[in-house]
Design a binder for this molecule. Sequence first.
Ligand code: XMP
Length: 325
Amino acid sequence: MEVRMAVKEIKASELNTKEFIKDKTEEISSAVGAGTAINALSGGVDSSAVTMLGHKALQDRLKTYFVENGIMREGEPKRVVSLFKDLGVPVEIIDAKKEFFAALEGVTDPEQKREAITQTFYKKVFGRLVKESGAQFLLQGTILTDVDETIAGIKRQHNVFEQLGIDPQKAFGYKILEPLVQLRKDGVRKVAKELGLPESLYNRIPFPGPALSARVIGGVTPEKIEIVRKATAIVEDMLKESKAFQYMAILHDDRVTGIRDKKREFGMQIEIRCWESVDARTATPTRLSFDLLEALADRITREVPGVVSVTYNIAKKPPSTLEAV
Ligand code: XMP
């Protein structure tokens, strides 16, 4: 089995975006040849940059899908499809909600959760899409931090295979191309800007492949996802001016006693995290004002049903990580 050599990093400060785009479109064209490829667009910076690179290289020989897995943020499928429509890139929505929730049912261990999502994406959904479309390649937006953290055994990033000695051709029946794998987030943002993506996209905060299931501690159900989705929308809205690297809401597994309408309520807890970081390898919590934290708590406890407690994480990475799962 071929295990790829260590990836050579291109630092954002040394990156020539025009040259990078030219090199990568050539590499994609020559790898795919006369064949066809598919890719999944999640609406994050990485998959958006790959979508644009792939379309530059392959035009209509690349088919782009948005996999509606049921664990994305509020309003995402429509928003992403309409943004790319405006950029001239057609995106087809694939409804795979049932498959993802079925795979996640009863799974509480963080790595098993990640594995359940990996298998559903790559074996079930992409496997089927590749078969139906006749494509030989899957283009994806793996970046160097994903590879590092997987190899280091910190978190199984759902999009890393070859570096773990897994041959996607054998495991799933198609080849994977990763044009961004030499970059970190800051480099991808520069490339995304050069590719003509709007600022709302190239400066968008990172969002993990396992989506909101990385923000539910313990078992994932549609009901819990709905809670964390609502809290996420509030946190993203209220912290959008913070200029922080990333901010999120996490739903805890354990409940605490609260009081609502003068009655005891054994309710849920939301943890807010807001990070200062350059490349996600290390991070420190943003020193948000107490007024802002209080306003966040008020809105979350008022607008998200069943939530009676809101906390703010003040530990650095390491030993914390950015996501909770
Ligand atoms: P952690 O939680 O490991 O996250 O400190 C570092 C950065 O990576 C993002 N992240 C992921 N991105 N697939 C991705 O594409 C994943 O499985 C994944 N897990 C974490 C996280 O949001 C943070 O920006």
